[in-house]
Design a protein around this ligand. Structure first.
Ligand code: FAD
Length: 546
């Protein structure tokens, strides 16, 4: 829409709009707080994006081209809960459907409802920046006041970059040295919001049900145990923080990636992704627990350390051109990954023949969430560990299927795991056999996600191809017929190390630098920063109380 042709709205009109995108919450919501102050009417709006929701029959699992059904459902549940939260305050969520473009739909409402002030949470993703610029340009042309606070992250990525001399800090420690303490959450107590104003001819939609969106038969897919929404987020956070010993002794690389009935970490990532939970509020509540205990772990491995990793990747991604690509990305090693569609599809669909890898990929498709070290295992396997396939292809699969899919964090971690950036110890490879076995020798996790292996004796559950035929017959699982044969890990990982060595050498010759140093010197100095566990012995943090 052209701002010049728009009917003019009166600047300073007593109507404000709060535009929800992420930040799907009422607590610690500076945009909502600013919208309600001094406004006679507040329009809380969310625009459904057809490009996000439109079913894609060609996709490899039910959902749209951009999101699998588990995340779409999580979003719809979060919207319903937000609507309920607003209704408790005498307001409601105004759900609009864009015909094809979100900014067009939003700008039309800004004009037609005579909005004087627009408030929305700042977003640093490239797609969001382009979208938001169109809206703010339109608002400026109409004289609408715009307020865009930073509240998705602990810190303002732009501010950190400025303090670091205009470049993002490229190590976690240098990030910490600049960051300091995050601002306190805005926890203003209020019992009501201004009423919504007249919405004229606009069709206001109820939050659709997943089944209404046309994704076909999703009965088999629809089993993710994590429900969306602010209410669930706060409940989950409080339950996690109740166990003070667990919180204060939390050490990320020591958690059990195979724990699925009671995961070893908080599973707050999808709530942080959609902003159902404020990261500042979460941080603040962890600090309260620390104050009540004698000692606690520290970043990078502690629970606050995890939130700081989140902010670290947000900051680097915001300040790095082409962060989500290998080409044109100055902090990314240039590696001649190979093309092999057959192996890639086997990885994506959980058919590599390595039960540990396949169970994780099936958990991803069904639940949209896996433990961090499980993500390490499959990302390493796809890239520098076994298959030598481009990290961007794995990133795309995660981006579509994760319920916590997050542009900055996902790309940052794929860069990390593929030894393309941040972490350069490419000789440290996760074994697709022994790594999982040390946590779950009986293979319960595998049996749960790969039912065809449920009767395989524990001696063979991680390597079913080594089971004698009589054992395979008894377990009703013949390798090569009921379950695939794998690539040879020893040979594949040896080949990967060789290729990585060559790629690093040619990056050095080509003068590709990382953080202003040559690749080689960075490699020598790099450490895993407390994220990695590929060579950890079986040390564990205290189990979570159920
Ligand atoms: P907890 O351990 O309870 O941590 C609390 C919060 O800290 C998390 O919710 C998350 O917001 C943040 N956090 C934890 N670990 C990291 C990390 N390594 N980097 C940045 N932030 C972190 N996380 C996402 O939120 N979205 C993604 O798209 C994503 N993609 C990933 C891809 C790969 C290849 C890998 C290896 C990791 C990825 N992660 C991603 C990071 C991490 O695995 C998840 O954040 C974590 O497993 C979520 O579980 P949790 O909430 O129980 O984490």
């Amino acid at each position: 829409m052209d701002a010049a042709t728009a009917v003019t709205a009166t600047a300073g009109a007593a109507a404000a709009m709060v535009w929800f995108r992420k930040g799907l919450r009422v607590h610690d919501n500076p945009a909502l707080d600013a919208a309600r102050r001094g406004a006679a009417r507040v329009y809380p709006v969310f625009v459904l994006d057809p490009r996000y929701l439109r079913p894609d029959p060609a996709a490899h699992s039910p959902g749209s081209a951009r999101a699998g059904v588990a995340r779409v459902r999580f979003l719809l549940e979060s919207l319903s809960d937000l609507d309920a939260g607003l209704r408790r305050l005498g307001s409601r969520l105004l759900l609009l459907r864009a015909r094809d473009d979100v900014p067009d739909a939003l700008c039309a409402a800004l004009r037609d409802w005579n909005i004087g002030k627009l408030c929305f949470e700042a977003d640093t993703e490239p797609y969001a920046l382009a979208r938001d610029k169109r809206v703010t340009d339109f608002a400026a042309a109409l004289g609408i006041e715009v307020f865009t606070p930073v509240s998705h992250t602990l810190f303002d990525p732009a501010e950190i970059i400025e303090k670091n001399g205009g470049r993002p800090p490229l190590t976690y420690q240098s990030f910490l040295a600049i960051a300091g303490e995050p601002p306190k959450p805005v926890m203003a107590e209020y019992s009501e919001l201004p009423l919504i104003g007249d919405t004229g001819e606009y069709e206001l939609l109820p939050v659709p049900k997943l089944e209404e969106l046309g994704y076909g038969d999703i009965s088999q897919e629809n089993i993710s145990p994590f429900r969306g929404g602010e209410t669930e987020a706060l409940k989950r956070m409080r339950e996690s923080l109740q166990d003070k010993e667990w919180v204060s002794m939390f050490e990320k690389p020591k958690g059990d990636p195979s724990a699925f009935l009671k995961p070893a970490t908080t599973v707050l990532s999808p709530y942080l992704k959609f902003g159902c939970l404020s990261s500042r509020y979460f941080y603040h509540c962890i600090q309260e627990v620390y104050r009540s205990t004698k000692k606690h772990t520290k970043p990078p491995v502690s629970l606050t350390g995890q939130l700081l990793w989140r902010d670290f990747f947000y900051t680097v991604s915001f300040g790095t051109l082409s962060f989500d690509h290998m080409k044109g990305n100055k902090i990314c090693k240039q590696i001649p990954w190979r093309q092999n569609e057959e192996l890639f599809v086997a990885w994506r669909d959980g058919r590599t023949g390595y039960p540990w890898i396949d169970a994780i990929m099936i958990q991803l498709r069904k639940w949209g969430w896996m433990h961090h070290l499980a993500r390490h295992s499959v990302a390493c396997f796809l890239t520098r560990g076994d298959l030598f396939i481009h990290w961007e292809k794995g990133r795309d699969v995660f981006e579509r299927l994760l319920i916590d899919s997050d542009w900055a964090i996902n790309n940052g971690n794929w860069l990390w795991l593929s030894c393309s950036s941040f972490f350069y110890q490419y000789h440290r490879i996760y074994s697709p056999i022994s790594f999982g076995k040390k946590y779950d020798p009986n293979g319960d996790y595998i049996r749960h996600f790969i039912p065809v292996l449920k009767d395989m004796p524990k001696e063979y559950i991680y390597e079913p191809w080594t089971a004698p035929l009589s054992v395979q017959e008894k377990a009703r699982c013949i390798v090569g017929r009921d379950y695939p044969k794998p690539v040879d890990h020893e040979a594949a990982s040896k080949e990967c190390r060789k290729r990585m060595g060559e790629a690093y050498a040619s990056n050095r010759l080509g003068g590709n630098t990382v953080n202003g140093k040559t690749s080689e010197s960075s490699r020598r100095k790099s450490s895993d920063g407390g994220q990695d566990a590929s060579d950890l012995s079986k040390s564990k943090q205290p189990k979570r109380r159920s």
